[in-house]
Structure formats: C-alpha cells, structure tokens
Design a protein around this ligand. Sequence first.
Ligand SMILES: [Zn+2]
Length: 687
Amino acid sequence: MHDADNPLLQPWTAPYGLPPFARIAPAHFAPAFDAAMREHRDEIAAIGANPAPPTFANTLAALDASGRSYVRVAHVFHNLAASETSPALQEAERELAPKLAAHQQAILLDEALFARIDALHARRDALSLAPEERALLERVHLDFVRAGARLAPAARRRAAAIAERLAALTTTFRQNVLHDEATQGLHLTDERDLAGLPAWLAEAAAEAARLRGERGGWFVSLSRSVVAPFLAWSDRRDLRERAFRLWTRRGELHAAHDNRPVAREILKLRQELARLHGCASYAGYALADRMAKTPAAVDRLLQRVWQPALAKARAERDALAAMARSCGAAHAIEPWDWRYYAEKVRSARYAIDDAEVKPYFSLDRMLEAAFDCAGRLFGIRFVPRRDLPVYHPDVRAYEVLHADGRPVGVFLSDNFMRPTKRGGAWMSSYRDQSSAHGETLPVIVNNNNFAKAPDGEPTLLTADDVRTLFHEFGHGLHGLLSQVGYERLSGTHVLRDFVELPSQLFEHWAFDPGVLERHARHARTGEPIPDALVARLARARTFNQGFETVEYAACALVDMALHAREDAGGVDLDAFEAAELARLGMPREIAMRHRLPHFDHLFGGNAYAAGYYVYLWAEVLDADAWEAFVEAGDVFDRGVAERLLRCVYSSGGTLDPAAAYRAFRGRDPAIEPMLADRGLVGEEAPA
Ligand SMILES: [Zn+2]
C-alpha cells in the first residue's frame, strides 16, 4: 500500500482535526505507524544531535512538539481498539503493541537526548524557567529516569525488553477478558427463565441474542452492565448462581484465553523491573510517582476504611438474611444472593424501586443535566454537531463553546454497549489540548456501556448509571477545560491518584436536589421527579455501602499485597488471592469486585498496577472538595467554581497535586467527609 492511499498519513481536514473514520481500515495502522515512527525517530535524533548547547526551547519544548503524526495515529488506534474493535484490529493490536512500546522506550532511553535533559535538570534553579516550564522539565526528567535512562547499559537494555514484553502481555490480558465477556453467558430459551427481570433487561437480553445470531431467546452476557442487574432482579436462584459463577471466572474459563499464566509473567517482569531500579517491590517503584508516595501511606488509608466497612457489611448481611427468611427462603446468603436481597431491602426500607426511579433518569436528560452543570460552573455550552465524523452511528458529537462563542473543543459521547466495545466506562481523547506550539483544541470521548432501549424509546438509566455518566463526564471536563502550554502536562496527564478527583467530584452534582429537580423529568410525562422520591434517594445514599466498600477495598488491598511482594519467583494467582482474602477476613458472601484473572486495571496495562487504591485516595479529596461548595451555601458558587477551574480542571500537570489542592481549599484535605459519605462513621445506623 502506498502512503498516499493511507488516510492515516494524509492531512485530516475535518474540523478540530477529527480523523476520517469512514476511510480508516485496520490494515492502515501498521504502515501508518511505520511512517510515523520513522518521522518521530528523525525528530528525536535531530534534538539529540543539535550542536547548540541545550536550552529549554531546543530540548524540552522541541521534545513536546515532536511525534505529532505518531500521537495522532496512536490516539485513533487505541480508541478504536477499545470502542469499536474487530478481529482484524485485534490482530493489529497484538502485532503492534510491542512495537509501539519499543518505540517509546527507545526515545526514553536515547542517550543523546537524555544527556541534554539531564544537563538542564542539573541547572534547573539557574534557568529562570516559568512555573510551567519548570514543571515540564521535572516531569520529563522523571519520565526518562523511571524508564531507565540512568541505568547501566545492560540494565537499560533489559528494562526496554521488559517494557516491550509487558505491552504484549497486557494486550493479551485485555483481549482475553473481552473474549469471555462477549462470548460467554447464559442463553435462556424459556420465558420462565426471565422471572423477576425488568422489561428493559429482558429486551436488552433479547437484542443481545439477536446480535449473536441466536434463533430467539435471551442472552445474558458477562458484561457488568447486564449481569449485575440480572443478579439484582432474577427470581431464579439457580440462574443467578450460574451467572455469578461464570461472571467471576472471566479470564479462566478457557484454556486458550486463560489469563492466569499471563498475569503471572506480568508480575514477574514488574518485580524484575523494580529491582533494576533499586526498589524491593513493584509497589515501591510505582508509588514513588504518585501523590501517596509510599505503600505505607496507601495502607494507612485502606486500614481506615477496612474494619468499619467489614462491620457495616456484616450488619447488611444480617438484614439480607432476615429479608430472605421473610421471603420464605431457608438458605444462607450466598454471593449470588446479595444483590437480589439488597434490592428487596432497599425497596422495603426506602421504598425505592428502580422501576419507579429509572423513568426520571433518561439518558438524554441526564446528559443535558451534565452539560448544564458544566455550564453553570465553568461557563461552557455543548452544541450538537451531526456533521462531524464519528466511528459508529451511536456516537454523538458536540462542539463545546465558551460563553462568548470561542471554541473549547469537541466532545464525543459513546454511551451504548455493543460486542465490539470493551466493558466498563472510560474517558479518552483523540487530541489533547496544548498551546505552546500553536493552539490545539481537545477532542474528548466518553465511553459507557448502557443498554440501549429499542428504537423510538428513551434509554433509561439506573442511579448507578447516572453516577457513571457524571463520573466520565468529569474526566471529560478535565480534558476539555485544560489550559496548558505543553501536551505532556495537558488535561488528565496528572498523577494517577489525582486523576479521579475531577471525575468523582463531578458525581456529586448528579444527585444534588436542585439539579434533580431541574433535570430529572419523567421520560413520558415530563413531570419533575417528586420531592419525596428525591428525599428517599438521599436517605438511601449510604445503603449497601458496606458491601460496596468491601468489594472495592478488597481489590485495592489484594493489589497492594500482590505488588508489594519482594519475591521474584512466580506466584500462584488463585492461591494468593484466596490466602490474602482469608487473611483480610473477607466475608464469604462478598466477592472481590474484580478477581485477579480479569482484573483489567492491574493487568490490562501498567497504569493502575499497585494503583487500584487511587479511587479511594481521590475520594478523600472529592468528598472534602464538595464540602467547599456545601460550606459556601451554593453548589454552583462562583468563587469556589472559579478556584476549582483554576487549581484543578484547567491546570493539568502544571501544578504539584498536593499544592494544587491546598490552593483550592486553603488547607490539606480531611478524611472525615469521605468516611461520612460512605456511612462508615458517626451516628449512622448500621446497614
Ligand atoms: Zn475515573
């Protein structure tokens, strides 16, 4: 194929540099990456070979400006591989992942380039750098050091080989999980198998069966957004058990897609990498580049929640058992019973029934609510643009504008589950904001996995879905509102345990009574949500938080224990998980939210390894940050919102996160608001 025929290598003429999606085929990626990597290597070589002494401009700024073609292709590639994949694209991913890792590693280990960066870093106090320039120098220097730039030649080569192998292994891990989620599940053929299911779930299951080419019936896939509600509503205990057992065995269901040997090798390589860097464990190596700084700081936080969460979960279990008895069930609560009886207790205690709640949470109105909150806080608005190119007909594109009409960027909203999309919800970008090399506006995408309503009907969300929508939208704002010079510091390119602050904080607006009153309107009648229902939702806020904290914190604790191992030998994943859960006193009725064989956060990439705790770390920040609005007496307070924009949403990685938080709040964060939000302290009645 000639480069001239490859749309990835031609100029992209759509507004905001959007890719020409319709013309891109999987076969275009390998040759496009080859050309883009060649160009990038030449740029890097030119920076290193510059005869002029190193300066910020000819080294750091030049590095930040390099690789534009590469970054452009990589964004499309990674996004499509996650949101709209195909066997051909997966094949390309397996082939390319190690090559791309090798390319990045080669840059980070380029001796001529690092010599210049290191020389500048050594003189950093004498360079009279602007604060953002100083931040870029520190960040880039650390990137190189952590990749191994300072290691002896043999160790450096080994670090590069490990990075390459890890890229291949994490790709395989992700694809194995996707395989099990898309192909495994319950194929139901008898109407009686649907007992207890709400209509929307039965319809989604019928649609899933059609998409699989079944001749009828219903398919309950192992995607969380299907199987979790199935476990909450199915009256058929036998089917709940079957679904639960399959769901929790993702990643170990098939010999050809068994993730256990994959994870084992990943762990071994990470341990070796940590040793090369003089760290006893991978956790120590990973935490050095986080806000928490040490595994001990993470442990202190997790211990603050673990025992109270266990106590709350035990009280919840007793309430579920009592409910089961009152329903005439003689059995003990098993893991596949928890969500089912929790739903019954919730409905009995707070009179909350999803069938009553969901009509007020239509996807369209909740998206409008998110846009409106962003507008009231930060003065931006979202204008639908049907003319912009998208990669799937379900994706909606919005142009984002400042109040005065100046463009902010593009927001792509991709909300529905489909077999070509990985599970979960996430934010990503097609282009990151930067201004130092000419104004580049961001193109941000949010992915969710909501079950799409049949044609002509509104898609209705659960309260959990609404929370997810606002969460990802908060990440989206972090990308959109970025106002930095350099791409390396743009938007969400912040430390991993700070990155969940903008997302989790934004969840708070979703359930603010004023926001609900304004936007939560009945999908058919347009009636606003009744005050009494809002009050019941607020009262139910801490319901089941013992369960949720335990299933989450168990994952964070096992993650830290796994990556804190100093033993370089292989680990038996099943045995380790079982032993660690026993040591923690994990209630037998609750499973880890993600068991190790499908724990994508840990093994589908390296960013969240020894990092699943980051959600809780950031929750301390977001609960405390929300209090700033509560204290101001207005959740849209202009002064607080302005500080939030300046210190958090627009500042990317230009500020030290602890200092940025202090600048916003006037003090360090307090942990108590987080504990109170989860119902883990205070007068709160148990369960
Ligand atoms: Zn997030």
